[in-house]
Write a protein that binds this ligand. Sequence first.
Ligand code: ZN
Length: 97
Amino acid sequence: MMPFEKCPVCGGELKEKEVEKLLRGGNHTATLRVHAEVCLHCGERLYAEETVRFFEQIRNKLKRQELLDFQPLGQSFTVDANWLNAANAADARTSRG
Ligand SMILES: [Zn+2]
């Protein structure tokens, strides 16, 4: 079923695992657990062709705001650079004591 016997990136051994995949479409994201062949050496994930098609369908639904099939799972946020700079500056101050 899988097109690869070995990792196409590094030639490492592949093992089937259940992994969490994050998909994004427009401003929405969805996570799902799917089976993938995971490289034991470099961590590369390979998905079956039908799984990749399924990802594409989900991304399109997210993009078109067709969200009825999905369960809300908290909110997603983006962290802007200004906040990050301010937080880093605060850290630097506290670490100097
Ligand atoms: Zn690999």
